[in-house]
Design a protein around this ligand. Structure first.
Ligand code: 5GP
Ligand code: MN
Length: 375
């Protein structure tokens, strides 16, 4: 990222009026945080700036971000310049046509520089950190609202400052964001102390189904549509699961598969220190980072998806020396053919007619009981 690009992008933004910021589809803390970080400064400079995302609903756990309610799902037709934030490729924007001018701000190493101007910190900690540098280098003012978004983006994309992407310079930027009005205590509370009972109930089911595969180097679990119906949880409630799987002591890779409403399977991968899961995701038609990546496999089942993914994982585990070449008894084939897995991944028919009358006393076995669901 050279000085010239920082200047060119700012010049273009200052010359333009109708600017649309687009965080990636199914946005996370960095996508919305970096988008809103830029939004507030441009707004203060008098720009007609909009922030657009096609995803509805947006993740509820990010609703505390200042400007969250300004995010529109109507693409502004008269846009002059689009700024894409945290999008690893053009498809992640959720727009069909290329805008008149496209600025691409990101940190995915797989980013193919799809913009007219590209500011990509490949392998860097967060897009929010790139936006921070863009504002600082051009002496633009940070607002407390924008600083809150940028802090949230950095916090969430570094696993709360745990990853190897964290540097002294990043902490100095974070200190500056706190001085500008980001409140770490409040943001932490908003992100991590507003959990929903339905999410914990789903988590219990997912954790109960964990299986260790490939010599214990892969922790795998999944969520089916039935599990969502039974618990009342929603898909964004699974955001942290693949990391939790990876966090098991001897495990190198956390693999989480989520059955989607449209019959596709969302793949989420995390690694600890050796395997580049971004590489695996690209082979699956997705993308991401070395330690966190994902993809969506259309028209498939969890079981079928596993048959495609496990050999790719096995290959990378062997190539990086995590797994020895001859671990036949732990081959993925054997695991897939396990009757237990067949049973737990077998698609279930919709349970519309399954609703049973529950006794008000059966609290522990009745997640749908209104008396306990409204916690
Ligand atoms: P997650 O596992 O949380 O969905 O995603 C982890 C990382 O992989 C994120 O940085 C996200 O942008 C990227 N990612 C997840 N799914 C996809 C996908 O379908 N396509 C691409 N290009 N990147 C993805
Ligand atoms: Mn990011």
């Amino acid at each position: 990222m050279d000085d010239k690009t920082f200047r060119q992008i700012w010049k273009k933004l200052m010359e333009s009026d109708k600017i649309t910021i687009i965080p990636h589809l199914n946005p996370d803390g960095d996508a919305l945080g970096s988008g809103l970080g830029l939004y507030w400064t441009l707004k203060k400079l008098g720009k007609k700036v909009k922030i657009y995302n096609k995803t509805t609903p947006l993740p509820y756990y990010l609703d505390f971000l200042p400007g969250f309610d300004q995010i529109t799902n109507q693409y502004p037709k008269d846009t002059q310049v689009v700024v894409s934030v945290d999008c690893g490729d053009f498809d992640r924007l959720g727009i069909e046509e290329r805008p008149p001018f496209l600025i691409n701000i990101d940190h995915h190493y797989t980013n193919p520089n799809f913009g007219d101007l590209n500011l990509v910190d490949r392998g860097g900690p967060a897009t929010a950190y790139v936006v921070y540098q863009l504002l600082k280098r051009n002496r633009a003012e940070l607002t407390p609202e924008g600083a809150t978004g940028l802090y949230t983006g950095i916090l969430t994309d570094t696993g709360n400052f745990q990853y190897e992407t964290v540097t002294g310079d990043l902490f100095r930027a974070v200190a500056d964001l706190v001085d500008a009005g980001a409140n770490p205590g409040w943001i932490g509370q908003m992100l991590y102390q507003r959990d929903r009972l339905s999410r914990l109930r789903l988590l219990a089911k997912i954790l109960d189904n964990i299986r260790l595969l490939l010599n214990g180097k892969v922790a795998f679990s999944f969520a089916t549509q039935k599990m969502f119906r039974e618990t009342g949880a929603t898909k964004e409630d699974t955001e942290t699961i693949s990391s939790q799987l990876r966090n098991i002591g001897p495990v190198e890779i956390g693999l989480f598969l989520r059955e989607e409403e449209d019959g596709s399977v969302k793949v989420s991968l995390r690694s600890k220190e050796k395997v580049d899961v971004g590489k695996i995701s690209v082979k699956l038609g997705g993308g991401g980072h070395a330690r966190a990546a994902g993809a969506t496999l259309p028209n498939t089942s969890i079981e079928e998806a596993l048959k495609i993914i496990l050999p790719l994982i096995e290959k990378e585990l062997k190539a990086t020396g995590v797994l020895e070449e001859s671990t036949k008894e732990n081959s993925p084939k054997k695991e897939i053919e396990s009757p237990h897995l067949q049973q737990i991944t077998k698609p279930e028919p919709p349970d519309i007619s399954e609703k049973k009358e529950e006794s008000p006393l059966s609290v522990t076995s009745s997640p749908n009981s209104p008396t306990i669901e409204k916690v």
